[in-house]
Design a protein around this ligand. Structure first.
Ligand code: DAH
Length: 343
């Protein structure tokens, strides 16, 4: 065990010398501390087989090695960040003599940002934290921690952008991974929303984009029920759309909630008559939601016998389309001023 520990440390230090980017550093960190196959994690799991009289000495050594590696990782991270900042400072220069832009060339906030801010304020007023999470996410948080193991068919519906040579990373396909991150960081009780960009490798049309936004919601407490979901959802939709909306709940399947629902809203673009946005059904899927699955609570470090929760994933771009009667989701990222100037 002692030899294994010291060769792990040597191997780590040898590899650390070759690390030249933050991404490589994260990958190296995974090979050491990854929850499943990390070299250190694997050794730590073997502690239970160590003879009692050796436990103390080996335990201490493990701790020293761990602290040393964490410190070296941290130092390298800081150095890389400093380098990056330096590069930026060298390539960007500000010319203070340049005349400023004429008034009409000034921009304004994108309609998506405006609504995202409005949503964040609305939720803050209800006692929610507003969190964010990484767009380049680990397979573990994007799928596994959400009760979607490698062979699970639900992965197919998540047309994922994978990262070349890095099977352990994905561009996050949804904001749900932040559910588990939040539970681990803040414990319970918890109220949080997470606005952010997500990515899907699928062909685009009036209601599908490769890059779009969601707003994840999560509430964890000691006795949460479906009535709580319905109350919050209605409050949210009327608060943002500033008019009465008609909604319906259908059962929906998502591995990380049980039971799961699909909350639909009567299409405001065509008033339920049928159009491109609602795929001629008169209804738009607004918000999948449900009670947080016990496995997900466990992944977040919470005891499902004590805590329950609800979660929802609002398609916030779709909401903005409904709010302003925008008929094609591709306008948002087109950079077309004729579109943007209307807001
Ligand atoms: N993350 C899911 C998706 O993008 C949406 C979702 C479904 C989020 C149910 C939730 C939920 O929080 O409870 O497909």
């Amino acid at each position: 065990m002692k030899e294994q520990l010291s060769s792990l440390k040597k191997e780590f230090e040898a590899q650390l010398k070759h690390v030249s980017s933050l991404l490589q550093l994260e990958a190296l960190e995974q090979t050491i501390f990854g929850r499943k196959a990390g070299a250190f994690t694997t050794l730590a799991k073997q502690m239970k087989d160590v003879a009692t009289e050796q436990k103390k000495a080996i335990g201490e050594m493990m701790n020293t090695v761990r602290l040393k590696i964490v410190k070296e990782l941290e130092e390298k991270r800081e150095a890389l960040q400093r380098e990056e900042m330096k590069k930026i400072a060298e390539t960007e220069s500000i010319d203070v003599t340049e005349p400023h832009l004429p008034k009409e060339a000034h921009g304004h906030m994108h309609p998506m940002s405006q609504v995202e801010i409005e949503l964040s304020e609305l939720f803050r007023s209800m006692g929610f934290m507003v969190l964010d999470g990484p767009e380049l996410e680990s397979d573990y948080f994007n799928f596994e921690a959400l009760n979607i193991p490698p062979s699970h068919p639900a992965r197919d519906s998540h047309d994922t952008f994978f990262i070349k040579d890095h099977p352990e990373w994905v561009m996050r396909t949804h904001t749900s991974p932040v559910q588990v991150r939040a539970m681990r960081q803040y414990g319970a009780p918890l109220r949080a929303v997470v606005p952010g960009r997500v990515f899907r490798n699928e062909s685009t049309d009036a209601s599908h984009e490769h890059t779009f936004t969601q707003l994840e919601g999560l509430v964890v407490d000691t006795d949460i029920s479906i009535a709580d979901i319905i109350g919050v959802m209605k409050g949210l939709l009327t608060g943002i759309l500033k008019r009465e909306v008609e909604v319906r709940l259908r059962p929906g399947y998502f591995p990380f909630v049980e039971p799961g629902f699909e909350l639909d809203m009567k299409c405001l673009v065509c008033d339920g008559k049928g159009c491109n946005v609602c795929k001629h059904t008169g209804w738009v899927e607004m918000m999948p939601c449900g009670l947080v699955h016990p496995e997900v609570l466990k992944a977040g470090g919470l005891d499902p016998d004590v805590y329950s929760g609800f979660a929802f994933g609002l398609g916030s771009m779709r909401l903005v389309m409904q709010k302003y009667g925008i008929e094609d989701i591709r306008h948002f990222q087109s950079g077309d001023l004729r579109f943007l100037k209307q807001f």
